[in-house]
Design a protein around this ligand. Structure first.
Ligand code: TNX
Length: 528
């Protein structure tokens, strides 16, 4: 009897254990995978991971399919097929005709589940002959796919050699739900321009870490990067300058739409920003009636801030702003429009408040929610608007007292353009150095005493005064953005620097494979 009990206990332990050694004598008639689900260095770390023994064989004849013909899921399926084939060197197809002779199948399924009660929540269940990703919404399936892609090991070397016939995946279940709904980054394409291809390349990698917002800082003193049909000179003049005097560039409306669509396919919402009433030298250079400084306007390619302003008391300025908002809003499927509002040092306080309130109405009139940097909380705003905390905790407090939601982008913790240390080849230092551990080791949910109910999530801005191409962008963004992705997604009780740095070390394989110029922080024992 005691023996039987002991046997049962051993059996149970080996079933729930994630240690592959204990399953070396398989309890089910299929071989163990070379690793368990718990050993996968997931980033962001999921809510729960449960292991079962045995394996799922991913082979060239594994089929992928979705329950119902659904255009959105078909597109996701195609994405997954391409990603698996690219990663493994296999040639899996998503043709579902000969379902009968399948050995294994991958199934994407929408279902109602109150436990996974978030559009981004998902569950992955891997059994001997099927791998199922289920979620309430396609968005959740897409996030789950990123987790699955972290489970599937790299199958080929960079020369395409060593194509495997079969990859054994461990069995078990991952259940996951994000802590914050806003997990973003901002790219300043105004100080230096980044091409459509460069931004797409960045988006591909952001999606892999479940980032869901990309805020584009489209205008500033040094340039105007989005074509506006009603005001062609904005880009004719403002598209030709940038910091340092190099030629700059701009997005045509077709380019912008292409970016928005590409981001949407990666379940990333684009937030367009037109910064005003300050940071407007490029606009006033193109259309001098906008200027409120009374000085003669020249094009500007330096790095100072706070010297420009719109004239906040002229009706013509507001018609200009409304036309710009209307054109951009029409091309932007996401619900947000960012008006900047930072560092308007030469705008009188009353004029600033008057301006922000008026522009808020225009943004709302064109169907969008207004977002602005934390200074906007000084105006009498609607509770539906959102403040982005970058510098001033008092402003963030004012915003929450008004009932507004807050996005956390504190300069000292979340600025991707701060140098890692004194030796960093790129970056600024006004908010201090931000090494890889400082970027990860803070608690957004308790930061600056902002009530957690008021926090939408976090966003890491990348200002581009000191970077002008993708390689330089990648140097400042990676690996810190990966840590921000985890801060936004993973439940606070599941986050831990020591554990994170070990997982991050293993992401070198992915980052190298993608040819990303990440900073090889000495705090991480990179495994590749
Ligand atoms: C402050 S953050 C700015 C930007 C600069 C950045 C450089 C914010 C709202 N304004 O204009 O590019 O610092 O780190």
């Amino acid at each position: 009897m005691v023996r039987l009990l002991l046997l049962t206990i051993c059996f149970t332990i080996s079933l729930i254990s994630c240690n592959p050694k204990k399953t070396s004598v398989p309890l089910v008639p299929n071989p163990p995978a070379p690793f368990t689900l718990k050993e996968v260095p997931f980033i962001p770390k999921p809510l729960s991971v449960k292991c079962d023994s045995g394996s799922f064989a991913l082979t060239g004849s594994t089929k992928l399919y979705t329950t119902k013909p659904n255009i959105e899921l078909q597109a996701i399926l195609k994405y997954l097929t391409n990603e698996i084939n690219g990663k493994t060197g296999m040639n899996i197809s998503n043709d579902t005709k000969d379902e009968q002779d399948l050995r294994t199948s991958i199934h994407l399924k929408i279902h109602k589940d109150t436990i996974l009660n978030s559009p981004e929540a998902y569950e992955i269940k891997i059994t001997k002959d099927s791998l199922q990703i289920s979620a309430n919404k396609p968005e959740g399936i897409f996030r789950g796919i990123q987790t699955l892609l972290q489970i599937i090991p790299q199958g080929t070397d960079s020369t395409g050699q060593n194509r495997p016939k079969e990859i054994l995946l461990p069995l078990g279940t991952v259940k996951d739900v994000p802590f914050f709904s806003w997990r973003g980054t901002m790219l300043d394409v105004a100080r230096h321009f980044f091409t459509v291809e460069e931004v797409k390349q960045y988006i591909r990698v952001l999606a892999a870490y479940k980032i869901n917002r990309l805020h584009l800082h489209l205008t500033d003193d040094q340039g105007w990067r989005i074509a506006i049909n009603a005001y062609p000179k904005l880009t004719e003049l403002g598209g030709k300058t940038e910091v340092g005097g190099t030629p700059g560039g701009y997005y045509s409306q077709a380019n912008y739409k292409e970016l928005v669509t590409f981001a949407a396919k990666h379940y990333i919402t684009i937030i367009p920003e037109v910064d005003m009433p300050g940071h407007t030298n490029a606009a006033s250079f193109a259309y001098p009636f906008l200027d409120g400084t009374g000085k003669s306007i020249r094009s500007y390619t330096g790095m100072k801030v706070g010297f420009s302003t719109f004239d906040t008391r002229k009706d013509t300025v507001y018609s200009f702003i409304e036309n710009v908002i209307a054109e951009i809003a029409r091309m932007t499927p996401g619900p947000y429009f960012h008006i900047g509002g930072d560092e308007s040092h030469v705008t009188k306080k009353d004029d600033y408040r008057f301006f922000v309130r008026k522009v808020e109405k225009l943004v709302n009139k064109h169907g969008k929610k207004m977002i602005g940097w934390d200074e906007i909380a000084n105006a009498a705003l609607d509770t539906g608007s959102i403040a982005q905390f970058w510098n001033n905790a008092e402003n963030a407090k004012k915003a929450t007292e008004k009932g507004m939601k807050v996005i956390l982008s504190p300069g000292k913790k979340a600025y991707l353009d701060m140098k890692y240390n004194s030796k960093s080849a790129h970056g600024l230092t006004w908010a201090g150095y931000i090494p890889t551990d400082t970027a990860y080791n803070w608690q957004p949910e308790t930061y600056a005493d902002i009530p957690v109910e008021s926090i939408l999530g976090i966003e890491a801005p990348l200002w581009s005064e000191t970077i002008s191409n993708l390689k330089e962008l990648e140097f400042l963004a990676f690996p810190r953005i990966i840590g921000y992705a985890e801060l936004g997604w993973t439940h606070p009780t599941q986050r831990n620097w020591e554990d994170y740095r070990k997982r991050l070390a293993k992401h070198a394989t992915y980052l190298n494979r993608k040819n990303i110029n990440y900073y090889r922080s000495p705090l991480i024992d990179w495994e590749n």
